[in-house]
Write a protein that binds this ligand. Structure first.
Ligand SMILES: NC(=O)C1=CN([C@@H]2O[C@H](COP(=O)(O)OP(=O)(O)OC[C@H]3O[C@@H](n4cnc5c(N)ncnc54)[C@H](O)[C@@H]3O)[C@@H](O)[C@H]2O)C=CC1
Ligand SMILES: O=C(O)CCC(=O)C(=O)O
Length: 447
């Protein structure tokens, strides 16, 4: 069977085995469209049916999470952990708490995580989990009870050598603390390496909080440098105002750029003088308010409700909120407005049409698997510190992160060159990550 027919048949199989999971289909399709050249060079991968095995998670766990609200009302949510691939190391990936979460969300994220983690060069496999729980408007106590209930089932499936969750949308330091506390209580083990993103007083690593955002900015900086450009004096727009967005903004400012707009799901703020990151942290991390509060406190800033931040002209765009937030329409508007680089801080924030519009326009496009890998890479550094009962300085940890992002950039661009697609980081990241996982899977036998 010709190669393209083999890949089409893998995709048809994924569609029929995973009905209705559209985000998962989208993530698989993107990889299948990239890896043809690698399969052409390595027929042994097709013979061993590596890609078909990669599309089937090693294990999928779905469970009930009952919890009680402050008024005594009983709620039942659904918990998930999809342990996708452990050829390179223990399953590793975050937990997402958001009402839109269903199995297809977790599978798309887990699938992407396998490739992202391979790109870091560190010994971590890929997995993802979460729940359809909506943390919005819930008290601290309610969040704690929910986390405890989730861990009361999840603890059986995770461990420092098995599966190591961390945060994602709706899961930050507070939630990881409650989850770790319950794990410790149930197992009677101070197993620091079972979760990452922990607080600094109980086994957390410096720079993990900042890592995804900082890493994305470092990656974009590398893409710009490869074209003889830099952040200096550039106008930047970031979507979201959560963990990834806040620290992407902070690092872009340190690298000489100016972020003039960021958003949440209700609208965006515009500040022509550049977003005040300390104020943003206060609003989002401490008070947990809506983004609108920024414009209420800064006289020269404005709040634009119910609109997408991509209408603001910029030279660099960094989507750091959620999946499929840049469609072909937004991508074309960005290109028309003079955008020269896009770095995906979020997972799969651009639709296939969005990605194609950027590639067609010849602008630098850094896919999430590469651009946002700094978070999970720093989680792997947290695991290293936990294993050796050590704690590194902020400066050393940040240097490690920067070097890892430079190495990922080099790996993607060298692979793209090698396969005759210079500057195409989509092809470079998919082929490079796929090859690494495929080689490990071949060595481990039929698993
Ligand atoms: N936290 C981490 O270390 C990593 C996160 N990511 C990805 O980065 C993205 C953001 O995650 P976090 O910052 O951790 O989550 P978070 O919960 O801290 O922040 C999410 C932000 O996105 C905004 N948002 C959600 N839906 C939106 C929409 N429809 N329109 C506009 N804004 C929207 C929220 O208002 C919030 O500001 C996600 O795609 C996540 O998978 C990727 C790698 C690592
Ligand atoms: O740090 C981790 O293990 C997870 C990060 C994550 O969920 C991601 O890279 O999307």
């Amino acid at each position: 069977m010709p190669l393209h027919e083999k890949l089409e048949s893998v995709y048809a199989d994924v569609l029929s085995r995973n009905p209705g999971e559209v985000e998962f289909h989208q993530a698989v399709r993107e990889v299948l469209e990239s890896i043809g050249p690698a399969l052409g060079k390595h027929p042994e991968y097709a013979d061993a049916r590596i890609i078909s095995r990669l599309c089937e998670p090693e294990r999928q766990i779905i469970f009930r999470v009952p919890w009680e609200d402050d008024a005594g009302g009983i709620h039942i949510n659904r918990g998930f952990r999809v342990e996708f691939n452990s050829a390179l190391g223990p399953f590793k990936g975050g937990l997402r708490f958001h009402p839109s979460v269903y199995l297809g969300t977790i599978k798309f994220l887990g699938f992407e995580q396998v490739f992202k983690n391979a790109l870091t060069g560190l010994p971590i496999g890929g997995g993802k989990g979460g729940s359809d729980f909506d943390p919005k408007g819930r008290s601290d106590r309610e969040i704690m009870r929910f986390c405890q209930s989730l861990m009361t089932e999840l603890y059986r499936h995770i461990g420092e050598y098995t599966d190591v969750p961390a945060g994602d949308i709706g899961v930050g330091g507070r939630e990881i603390g409650y989850l770790f506390g319950q794990y410790k209580r149930i197992t009677n083990r101070y197993e620091s390496g079972v979760l990452t993103g922990k607080g600094l007083l109980y086994g957390g690593a410096k720079v993990r909080t900042e890592a995804t955002g900082y890493g994305s900015a470092f990656f974009v900086n590398e893409m710009l440098a490869a074209r003889g450009e830099s952040f200096e004096g550039r106008t930047v727009v970031v979507s979201g105002s959560g963990n990834v967005a806040i620290y992407a903004i902070e690092k872009v400012h340190q690298l000489g750029g100016k972020v003039v707009a960021c958003s949440d799901s209700s609208g965006y703020i515009y500040d022509e003088k550049g977003i005040d990151v300390e104020l943003l942290k206060e609003i989002k991390e401490v008070r947990r308010e809506r983004i609108e509060a920024y414009a209420e406190r800064v006289a020269h800033a404005s709040y634009v409700p119910d609109r997408l931040v991509w209408e603001v002209p910029c030279e660099v765009a960094m989507p750091c909120a959620t999946q499929n937030e840049i469609t072909g329409k937004e991508a074309l508007a960005l290109v028309r407005n003079g955008c020269i680089a896009v770095g995906e801080g979020a997972n799969m924030p651009c639709t296939p049409e969005g990605v194609q519009a950027f590639l067609d326009a010849g602008i630098a496009f850094g896919p999430g698997k590469a651009a946002n890998a700094g978070g999970v890479a720093t989680s792997a550094l947290e695991m290293q510190q936990n294993a050796s009962r050590d704690s590194w300085s902020f400066e050393y940890s940040e240097q490690r992160l920067e070097q890892i992002m430079k190495d990922i950039h080099a790996r993607c661009s060298e692979t793209a060159e090698e396969y005759g697609m210079p500057g195409n980081y989509v092809a470079g990241s998919n082929i490079s990550a796929y090859t690494r996982v495929a080689e490990a899977m071949l060595s481990l036998g039929l698993i």
